[in-house]
Design a protein. Sequence first.
Length: 141
Amino acid sequence: MIRSTGRLPGICRAGRHRRITSPAWRSARAVDNPSQLFKAFADETRLRILNLLAQRDHCVCEFQGILRVPQPKISRHLAYLRRCGLVVEERHGKRIMYSLAEPRNEVHAALLHCVRGCFQKIDFLQRDIERDKKTKPILCE
């Protein structure tokens, strides 16, 4: 038998805090909230993904080969970037291609421009680009 807790979904036990997975957070785009937008750039894996997407569209299995990171971790970070409005996906059969989203406002556009300039000065991001150039495109299964 399922017992009701009397709490709303997405609310902590004390009823004071919303979880990140609450429907209200999912519906709001981080590009409309500068502090959330900056948090999206605060992780090395997400920076590496954005760096590669600044070059061309990629699928998860390509990221896996280039970044040498497990697929679940890549998918989790892509989902975060998608929720933030920084990345969009397009389905091609079973394959899902990811690309950078068009800037939604001036802050989003300025931040992407600034970050792209910084990407060129960070060694490990440049190594990812070189590895991408040497890697043949992979067909997802």
